[in-house]
Design a protein around this ligand. Structure first.
Ligand code: HEC
Length: 198
C-alpha cells in the first residue's frame, strides 16, 4: 500500500467513525429526552393520584374512623382515580396495581405483573428498591412504575392483621376474594403505574 492509499483509508475510517459517533449521540440524546419526559409525566401523575386518594382517606379517617374510610375507599377510590386521569395530559393514564388485590379492578396485566415480581424479589433480598422503573411496551408507549411501600401504620388498619372485628367482617363482606391483608410495615404493597403514549 502506498503511503497515499494508507492515508486515504485512514481518513475514510475516521470519517465513518465520526458518523457513527454522531448518530449514536443523536439517538442517545433523543432517548434521554424521551426518558426525561416519561419520568416527569410519571412522577407528576403518581403524585396527583397519591395525594388525591391520601387527602380524602385522611379526611374520612379523622371524621368517621376506619369504617367511614372503608366506605370511602369502596365507593370513591375508582371514581377519584378516574377524575385524576381526566386531569392528565393527552396520552397519559395512571392506576394502582398489586400482586395481592383487594379490588380486582387493580389487577396488573401480564407485563405489569412481571415488573411487580421483579420488585418483590429485590425487596425480599433486602436490596433497596429503585426509585422508579421505565419499560417501553410498544412503539412510543412507555410504562413508568413507582414502587408503593407501606410506610404509614394507618395502612395496616385495613391491610395488616386486622384487629377490629367489625372492620374485618365489613371488608370480607365487600371483598370475598380479598388478598390485600397481612402486610407489615416496609412491605411492597404494589406500584403506581403511569402509561405514557407518545
Ligand atoms: C379504611 C381502610 C383502608 C385503609 C386505611 C387503607 N386502604 Fe388501601 N384499600 C382499601 C380498600 C377498600 C381498597 C379497594 C378499593 C380500591 O381502592 O380500589 C384498597 C385498595 C388499595 C390499593 C389498590 C390495590 C388493591 O388491592 O385493590 C392499594 C395499592 C392500597 N389500597 C394501598 C393502601 C396504602 C398504601 C394505604 C396506607 C396509606 C392504604 N391502602 C390504606 C382500604 C383501605
Amino acid at each position: 500500500m502506498t503511503i497515499f492509499k494508507f492515508m486515504e483509508k485512514t481518513m475514510k475510517l475516521i470519517s465513518s467513525l465520526t458518523l457513527i459517533t454522531l448518530s449514536t449521540f443523536t439517538l442517545f440524546a433523543s432517548d434521554s429526552a424521551t426518558l426525561k419526559d416519561v419520568t416527569q409525566k410519571g412522577e407528576s401523575s403518581t403524585k396527583l393520584l397519591l395525594q388525591t386518594l391520601g387527602k380524602n382517606m385522611k379526611m374520612h379517617m379523622k371524621h368517621g374512623g376506619a369504617i367511614e374510610a372503608l366506605d370511602f375507599c369502596t365507593q370513591e377510590a375508582q371514581n377519584l382515580t378516574g377524575d385524576v386521569n381526566k386531569k392528565l395530559p393527552e396520552g397519559v393514564s395512571v392506576r394502582r396495581i398489586t400482586l395481592k388485590t383487594r379490588n380486582p379492578m387493580n389487577m396488573p396485566t401480564d407485563d405489569e405483573a412481571k415488573v411487580l415480581e421483579e420488585l418483590q424479589k429485590e425487596q425480599k433480598s433486602d436490596k433497596s428498591l429503585p426509585k422508579h422503573i421505565i419499560k417501553q411496551v410498544g412503539k412510543g408507549t412507555y410504562k413508568f412504575y413507582k414502587p408503593l411501600v407501606i410506610t404509614n401504620p394507618v395502612c395496616l388498619k385495613c391491610h395488616g392483621d386486622i384487629q377490629d372485628n367489625k372492620l374485618k367482617t365489613e371488608i370480607s363482606n365487600r371483598y370475598p376474594e380479598d388478598k390485600a391483608i397481612h402486610y407489615k410495615m416496609g412491605d411492597l404493597r404494589g406500584a403506581i403505574v403511569t402509561t405514557v403514549k407518545k
